[in-house]
Write a protein that binds this ligand. Structure first.
Ligand code: SF4
Length: 648
């Protein structure tokens, strides 16, 4: 069904079985700079699921490369043993493995000891995103770093990896050397284009000298960093053409770590079109003879097949697709595309975890990053009759997990349609894909042969009649509506009423956002698009403060474009006449918004948990998951569903 996707690709000594790649991405699974069992289990799961090429996360090539505290390091021979176990595990499942070799230059985020590491770059040009002022690299240190790349490659070869990829993408050190706006040197490493290329050329040639003819050497580069100060598409392509003789492939991405606008493209949110970098990759492919890889929200095998068939690239990076469903390639190969748990581009638990310093996972597949604990669940010692009450994400995941362990499971839903709050989330602008979580989980419910009873509210009577051995409550929550002072001059509605079409705010609207997650900013955007003049009152620092950074920044850009007035530190106080009163939380001062027609409340949720005591009183084993336990994000709810299904 996918002739281009499943055609093998040979590069030097590496025979890649298909055109699907897991690109280098920081998993935060290593804890002390070394490959560990958690990382091996993570990649083994994807290799077993059929991926062709795994490029492992960045490995630091020099002490000054420690841009985060959980970076893998390749600066000592002591790293070889771990990489060898990793390579053996990946090879045993039929995939090829390269390692990214990395130096961030001025892109320094944090350091293990609590002090921001000293950053080095070609020149002392500041990084605005991390507020870093780097030191200009002395020539002796440049030579050390070049030697560090070569030594790291030698170690990867010794460990049995098939190749390495020099990370020149996203504004990291090699890109800093290439960029005339960041590299202001006037010595042998800066000035004209040839001298700006010298660092990269020396790195690539030193790697070849330290490895052998079979060993693959690739380059990852942004086809334009999407920032005024960033490397342009023309500059990046010209560099690849000039370096081609020393390269075996070019892996094309986009964006830069250096600015908020450019960083979004490191893991583009769902607002971006699938495969949107492919036209840029195609221009590289036309200019080069070596294979060109591409990435950028390629979520589904159909999209990858189309890119390959159109000749835009030779291999597709599908990293988040593999984070969401490690078995995606195998399912595609056997034509079971409807069984693929498609990534929805929410960024919640993959890159979102990275920014929180947590191990990689997936909102839809919490087993990701937890392969050692949940990779293969033991069958239940005794088959029980299990009732799962509530078919939101938590309930669906609990039901699937319990059924896969051998229980006899019925999933009960009061509404006509399963999905819970995910059905509301998908109504927000540019969030339609969020509904994919319901489609995907429902498919799993069917495959796990869970019986679904919809349109039935479970009461004490139902529990008595059914008399299950165990009940998993995933009964959700309802909007929190506080007792606000007001005289009725301003219409007060909840976010849910607006999303369900039960309220239609117009004119001037205040959206009061308590949790600073997706609901308040999403509603503000939706109402502004519909023509309202919107004030978004945020009881926190930023709109969408708790969202993954790239999602938050994408929303901030959209709210700005639409003229939404965001008021930070704003606690809702009440209404009088046509005014909404807010309190500026740090100062305690009152703020009045006049001429308001409607106040929309996004003030969190109250758990619906009354069945817990009832079920316990009937002697039924009780488990709880999701919003009925405490207000939960969708990610927390699905993980809790997994835990409940594993515990029953
Ligand atoms: Fe995709 Fe969201 Fe899962 Fe990340 S957390 S892999 S974006 S579905």
């Amino acid at each position: 069904a996918f002739p281009h996707l499943f055609a093998p690709l040979r590069i030097r000594g590496a025979e890649i079985r298909n055109r699907i790649m897991s690109t280098g991405h920081d998993t935060v699974l290593p804890v002390d700079g070394h490959v560990n069992e958690a990382l091996i289990a993570y990649h083994r799961a994807r290799a077993r699921g059929g991926v062709g090429l795994i490029v492992t996360q960045v490995a630091g090539v020099h002490e000054t490369a420690r841009y985060t505290s959980h970076l893998l390091m390749a600066t000592e021979d002591g790293c070889i043993a771990g990489y060898r176990r990793l390579a053996e595990a990946i090879h045993a499942e039929g995939a090829v493995v390269f390692s990214q070799l990395f130096h961030p230059g001025r892109e320094i985020m944090e350091s293990a000891d609590g002090l921001l590491a000293v950053a080095y770059a070609p020149s002392s040009v500041p990084n605005e995103r991390f507020h870093v002022m780097p030191r200009a690299l002395p020539v002796a240190m440049i030579e050390e770093i070049v030697a560090g790349y070569a030594a790291a490659a030698r170690r990867m070869r010794a460990a049995g990896l098939d190749g390495v990829e020099v990370v020149a993408s996203h504004g990291y050190l090699p890109a800093q050397f290439l960029n005339p706006r960041v590299n202001l040197r006037q010595d042998g490493y800066g000035g004209d284009a040839a001298r700006r290329l010298r660092f990269m050329r020396e790195v690539l040639q030193a790697i070849r000298a330290e490895t052998d003819e079979d060993f693959v050497i690739g380059l990852r580069i942004s086809a334009g960093e999407r920032d005024d100060e960033g490397l342009t598409e023309h500059e990046a392509r010209a560099a690849c053409i000039a370096l081609e003789a020393d390269l075996d492939y070019v892996s094309v991405t986009t964006g830069t770590s250096a600015t908020l606008g450019g960083a979004m493209h490191i893991a583009p949110p769902m607002a971006y079109q699938p495969g949107y970098v492919a036209p840029e990759a195609a221009s590289f492919r036309q200019a080069l003879r070596v294979p060109v890889f591409v990435t950028g929200r390629i979520n589904q095998p159909q999209e990858a097949e189309a890119i390959l068939a159109a000749g835009q690239a030779d291999l597709c990076g599908m990293t988040r697709a593999l984070i969401a469903d490690p078995e995606m390639p195998a399912k595609a190969a056997r034509g079971a595309v409807d069984d693929i748990r498609a990534c929805i581009g929410c960024n919640q638990a993959c890159i979102g975890h990275f920014h929180k310093g947590l191990p990689v996972s997936c909102i839809q597949h919490p087993e990701t990053g937890r392969e050692l604990a949940y990779g293969s669940l033991a069958p239940a010692p005794r088959r029980k009759r299990v009732m799962v009450v509530g078919a939101g994400p938590a309930g669906m995941k609990a039901a699937v997990t319990a059924a896969r362990r051998g229980h006899d499971v019925t999933l009960w839903e009061a509404a006509a349609q399963p999905g819970g709050q995910a059905l509301l989330a998908q109504m927000l602008p540019r969030r339609a894909e969020f509904g994919g979580i319901v489609t995907n989980l429902m498919r799993e419910v069917e495959r796990a042969q869970v019986r679904l009873r919809r349109g039935v509210r479970v009461t004490e009577e139902v529990l008595r009649d059914e008399a299950p051995d165990a009940v998993i409550l995933a009964t959700g929550a309802v909007p929190h509506v506080p007792d606000l002072p007001g005289d009725g001059g301003v219409e007060v509605v909840t976010a849910w009423q607006v999303l369900r079409g039960e309220a239609r705010p117009g004119g001037r609207v205040v959206v009061a956002d308590w949790r600073c997650d997706w609901i308040g900013p999403g509603l503000a955007e939706m109402l502004a698009r519909a023509g309202s003049s919107v004030v978004l009152a945020v009881n926190g620092l930023h709109a969408g403060e708790v969202l993954p950074l790239y999602v938050r920044d994408n929303i901030a850009a959209e709210l700005h474009r639409l003229g939404v007035e965001v008021r930070p530190y704003a606690r809702l106080f009440g209404t009088a006449g046509d005014s909404v009163f807010l309190q500026h939380t740090p100062s305690g001062e009152a703020m009045e918004v006049e001429g308001v027609a409607t106040l929309v409340l996004c003030l969190g949720h109250r758990p619906v948990d009354d069945l817990a005591e009832v079920a316990a009183g009937l002697g039924i084993e009780v488990h709880m998951a999701g919003d009925c336990l405490a207000p939960r994000t969708a990610e927390e709810a699905v993980f809790e569903g997994l835990k409940a299904g594993a515990a029953v």
